[in-house]
Design a protein around this ligand. Structure first.
Ligand code: HT9
Ligand code: FE2
Length: 413
């Protein structure tokens, strides 16, 4: 018997394989008023989010009857993607499970194993690289395998982060092109003149998570793969959406939203509302809000942008339009099916920025935000359960790099 290597070098690409099932993995959300608090407890367990923040966020959900839009959106996405796979002759069943609400990913994986599946491919509703948007999914898969005694019995691989896949970008290019026309029309209707500014909006994350995003052995703009991926996307989108109509002089910036955590902990800034407040003084009369960080119109979009940020625009006298998320846009569904086909049948790995195509197998320590080694899947980490089926060795903690919080920092499993 050979001892498994601690830092097994996998290629960033994984050869195509005969998967028994594909699992669409998402965040999950409450489905009624009674679910709101249990859901928020699931999300924030052990993560040092202040009670006042939870209280505030609970009102966003209560405002919509305690129902997050996310589960219905995922059911639609699941139906559209299943139909697309079937139409292409890919017979692999598409399952759906969430990290924070039923159907829980652990239950879905356990059932998949009971149904005879041995190797599954995960695809998440998260496009970029960071702890929250990539590694936490890998850790939750690992936890599910450990808790359900499935280590070594069920293998989970993962589709690469698809921030710069053509199918994810196309709906934004279209949205910005159409949206700029809508803002211009609003200004003309009001007989107003002034510049238009495009705000690309994404989820804020702690500065330490931003610095730890992506593989440790690569340098990124602003020291963060998460930030660099958004900036690279914004440039491609602006070029494509404005290239032909002379709008190339339109200013844009990347801004952040939905910050939580204690105020003394630094998170990516500026907040979208603070950025908006600066614009009228710079001669800006119209604003396009582009939800670049999000896959569908879930709570972060319908509350933080459509409710709060659009109100800020109204207060400031800015004409504003929010562009669509990819949702079930045909190009996005085609793109997700292509990403799955890439792993089932092989084929090209398209990417629209110089940063990608991203890794099928995450590099050691990629997006890790704790000193302790947490079991994962779909990586070349020492703690990857497919590399070390016995679980992470005691000395497998990734060496502390930039962004790794000191020992004793809140556990965010
Ligand atoms: C990068 C990122 C994405 C984008 C990528 C992706 O799409 O996956 C995202 C998506 C989402 N975040 C969501 C909801 C929440 N996120 C929270 C808290 C946090 N998010 C974080 C990051 C992200 N989150 C972080 C660093 C925290 C702090 C706590 C921690 O370190 O984990 C909290 C706690 C309360 C609060 O503080 O807001 C809630 C309720 C929902 C569901 C929405 C719905 O119900 O429709 C979705 C899709
Ligand atoms: Fe979140």
């Amino acid at each position: 018997m050979t001892t498994p290597a601690l830092e097994t070098e996998h290629a960033p690409e994984q050869p195509p394989a005969a998967y028994d099932a594909v699992v669409l993995a998402s965040f999950g959300g409450p489905e009624g008023q009674d679910d709101v608090i249990p859901f928020l407890r699931n999300v924030t367990r052990g993560r040092g989010i202040p009670d006042e923040r939870l209280e505030e966020v609970s009102h966003h959900y209560r405002h919509f009857g305690g129902v997050s839009p996310i589960n219905a959106l995922n059911r639609d996405l699941h139906a559209a993607l299943s139909a697309e796979l079937t139409a292409r002759g890919i017979e692999t069943p598409l399952l759906w499970g969430n990290r924070n609400w039923a159907p829980y990913i652990g239950d879905v994986l356990e059932q998949a194993h009971a149904d005879g599946h041995r190797r599954v491919l995960a695809i998440t509703t998260s496009a970029y690289s960071s702890y929250s948007s990539c590694r936490q999914y890998r850790e939750d898969f690992g936890k599910a395998l450990l808790e359900r005694d499935l280590v070594g019995k069920l293998r989970i691989d993962k589709v690469r982060q698809y921030f710069d896949h053509p199918g994810f970008l196309a709906p934004f290019v279209e949205g910005v092109a159409v949206g700029l026309g809508q803002v211009r029309a609003k200004l003309a209707e009001a007989g107003r003149e002034g510049r238009i500014h495009v705000l690309f909006c994404t989820h804020s994350i702690p500065d330490t998570d931003a610095a730890a995003s992506g593989p440790r052995d690569r340098e990124f703009e602003q020291g963060s793969a998460y930030v660099a991926q958004h900036l690279a996307n914004a440039r491609v989108i602006m070029e494509r959406a404005t290239g032909s109509d002379g709008g190339g002089d339109i200013d844009w910036s990347l801004v952040y939203q939905s910050r939580s955590g204690p105020p003394q902990v630094p998170w990516l800034a500026p907040d979208v509302n603070d950025a908006l407040a600066e614009l009228p003084g710079r001669g800006v009369a119209g604003v396009l809000l582009v939800p670049l960080g999000f896959v569908s119109d879930h709570m972060e979009v319908v509350w933080d942008l459509d409710t709060e940020a659009l109100q800020t625009c109204a207060d400031l006298g800015l004409a504003a339009v929010r562009t669509p998320t990819p949702g079930t846009h045909a190009a996005f569904i085609t793109g997700l099916a292509d990403l799955i086909a890439e792993r089932v049948e092989g084929g090209p790995r398209p990417a629209e920025t110089a940063l990608g195509p991203w890794y099928d197998v995450c590099r050691p320590g990629c997006c890790a935000n704790q000193r302790r080694a947490v079991p994962t899947v779909a990586g070349s980490d020492a703690c990857d359960l497919s590399v070390n089926p016995a679980g992470p060795p005691a000395d497998a903690a990734p060496s502390p790099g930039p962004g790794v919080p000191p020992a004793g920092a809140p556990d965010r499993g």
